[in-house]
Design a protein around this ligand. Structure first.
Ligand code: C5P
Length: 218
């Protein structure tokens, strides 16, 4: 079966999705990484997200490949390993604007559907249960309070990036707003998704509840 895990920035989707995939022997696909790779490429080529036509044309020419690595998923942009580069602040601050472009979404959605074609996939993102894989057998909407999500991001990378928790909280809230308000496949909880609020739940508990839910669908 396919498992869709959607939710706002910093809710722990990637960690949870990776661990669920590991336990079930499934393939993990981080769709946010694909939007980040397009954003990195647009930045390098000085294409503004405001220039919808140029961004669309550029997206059709980039090659993105995902590959399982020792510490999670590796991301390649035209054969260059950009796994770490796509996590930079520049990319994070711009990605939601790039992700609002209709062509960007349709190119990446096609790729994502192909990757899930043979089932056995845990895919995380914003629109997996609503748009990419509406027939996914299990849909989870993973959320947490914005304060808790900012604290988690701060612990992960805040110090290296020289930002405060307050700054991260503002940036995360702005990214949520852009993702939820865009016209094409916005961040919204699917009607048939199970909501898990991880604000005061350890990651391992979230993982175990999703694995248990998946067993009920077999
Ligand atoms: O998951 P992550 O925070 O890395 O995603 C980065 C951005 O990519 C999101 O804020 C959102 O704008 C975009 N995204 C999306 N649809 C997805 C996955 C990510 O629009 N399925």
């Amino acid at each position: 079966m396919n498992i869709a895990i959607d939710g706002p920035a910093g809710a722990g989707k990637s960690t949870v999705a990776r661990k669920v995939a590991e336990q079930l022997g499934y393939i993990y696909i981080d769709t946010g990484a694909m939007y980040r790779a397009v954003t990195l490429s647009a930045l390098r080529n000085r294409i503004s997200p405001g220039d919808a036509a140029a961004l669309a044309k550029h997206t059709e020419s980039v090659r993105i490949r995902l590959q399982p690595g020792e510490n999670g998923q590796l991301v390649f942009l035209n054969d260059e390993d950009v796994t770490d580069l796509i996590r930079s602040r520049d990319v994070t601050l711009l990605v939601s604007k790039v992700a609002a472009n209709e062509t960007v979404r349709s190119v990446l959605t096609d790729m994502q559907r192909k990757l899930a074609d043979r089932k056995g996939v845990v895919m995380d993102g914003r629109d997996i249960g609503t748009s990419v894989l509406p027939d996914a057998e299990l849909k989870i909407f993973l959320t947490a309070s914005v304060q808790e999500r900012a604290r988690r991001r701060f612990r992960e990378s805040g110090i290296q990036q020289g930002v405060t928790v307050e700054q991260l909280e503002k940036e995360i809230a702005e990214r949520d707003r852009l993702d939820a308000e865009r016209e094409v496949s916005p961040l919204v909880c699917a009607d048939d998704a199970i909501v898990i609020d991880s604000t005061s739940m350890p990651i391992e508990e979230v993982v175990q509840s999703i694995v248990a839910l998946s067993r009920t669908k077999l």
